[in-house]
Design a protein around this ligand. Structure first.
Ligand code: 5FU
Length: 259
C-alpha cells in the first residue's frame, strides 16, 4: 500500500470547503470513523448520535427509514452536529436522470440539500445525475460522493464501471468530493475514499453484506474513512464500540501515513 499525506496536509490542498472542513475535523478529533445510524425512530437516532458523536467525523443517515420523521428532528440533528463537530451524510444513493434527482434532492418530505453536508449518487445514469444534484447542491456548499464500488456480494460496480466513475468524479471535482469504495481508487489527494462494510472482525450478514476490518480498509486498502453501522448501534455499549473503531481506524491511518 502507498503512503499518503496527513489529514492536515490534505486540508491545505483540497479545493472544496467541505473537504477542507472534514479533513480538519479528522485531524482535530483524531478520527476517520463515520457512524451509520440506521435505526428507525427519531429519538433512537438522536440518543445514539449524542453518545457516539465525540468519536466520529461523520454521521450517515438513511432518512427514509425513519418512521416519525419531522423537521424538528433535523434541527436536533444539526444541533448535535454543532455540539460534537461532525458532518451529516445522507446516504440517498441518487440514481435517476438529472432533472429528477434535482427535485428528489431539494423537494419532497426530506429536502436533503437543506441539511445534509454530503450525499451520494450512483454513476449508472451518466454525468447528468451529478449535474442535476450540483444545480441545487453547489449553491449551498454541499458535496457529493460517487458510488464507485459496493461492499455487497455480487455487486456490479467493478472494473470498467469503477474506472468510468472515477473519471466522472475528476470531471466534476467542484461538487464530487470523493467515493464510496472498497479500496483507494486514485492517488489524487482531493478525493476522499469512504468504505462501508466494516466490523472489528471480517465476515458478513445473511443478506450479502461483507465485512472487512479497519486495519485492512485503512491500512492495506488505502481508504480514508470507515463507515460502521451495526458494529456500533447493535453493541451493548455503542459509545465504547465507537471508541474502539475510532482507535483502530486512526492507528491504521498513522501507520500508513508516517514516512
Ligand atoms: F454503498 C454502500 C455499500 O456499498 N455498502 C453499504 O453497506 C452503502 N452501505 C451502507 O453502509 C448501508 O446502506 C448501511 O447504511 C451501512 C452499512 O451498515 P452495517 O450495519 O455496518 O453493515
Amino acid at each position: 500500500s502507498k503512503k499518503s499525506l496527513r489529514y492536515h496536509e490534505r486540508a491545505e490542498i483540497v479545493a472544496h470547503p467541505l473537504s477542507k472542513q472534514l479533513l480538519k475535523i479528522m485531524d482535530s478529533k483524531q478520527t476517520n470513523l463515520a457512524f451509520s445510524v440506521d435505526v428507525t425512530k427519531c429519538q433512537q437516532v438522536l440518543e445514539l448520535v449524542d453518545k457516539v458523536g465525540p468519536h466520529v467525523c461523520i454521521v450517515k443517515t438513511h432518512v427514509d427509514i425513519i418512521e416519525d420523521f419531522n423537521d424538528d428532528f433535523i434541527t436536533a440533528l444539526q444541533k448535535l452536529a454543532d455540539k460534537h463537530n461532525f458532518l451529516i451524510f445522507e446516504d440517498r444513493k441518487f440514481a435517476d436522470i438529472g432533472n429528477t434527482v434535482k427535485h428528489q434532492y431539494s423537494s419532497g418530505v426530506y429536502k436533503i440539500n437543506q441539511w445534509a453536508h454530503i450525499t451520494n449518487a450512483h454513476s449508472v445514469p451518466g454525468d447528468g445525475v451529478v449535474q442535476g444534484l450540483k444545480d441545487v447542491g453547489l449553491p449551498k456548499n454541499r458535496g457529493c460522493l460517487l458510488i464507485a464500488e459496493m461492499s455487497s456480494t455480487g455487486n456490479l460496480a467493478t472494473g470498467e464501471y469503477t474506472k468510468a466513475t472515477v473519471k466522472m468524479a475528476e470531471e466534476q471535482a467542484d461538487f464530487v468530493i470523493g467515493f464510496i469504495c472498497t479500496s483507494r481508487l486514485t492517488d489524487d489527494p482531493r478525493f476522499l475514499h469512504m468504505t462501508p462494510g466494516v466490523q472489528l472482525s471480517a465476515g458478513g450478514d445473511s443478506l450479502g453484506q461483507q465485512y472487512l476490518t479497519p486495519n485492512i480498509v485503512i491500512g492495506d486498502r488505502g481508504s480514508d474513512i470507515i463507515i460502521v453501522g451495526r458494529g456500533i448501534y447493535k453493541a451493548d455499549d455503542p459509545s465504547n464500540a465507537a471508541k474502539l473503531f475510532k482507535e483502530a481506524g486512526y492507528e491504521a491511518y498513522l501507520k500508513q501515513s508516517v514516512d
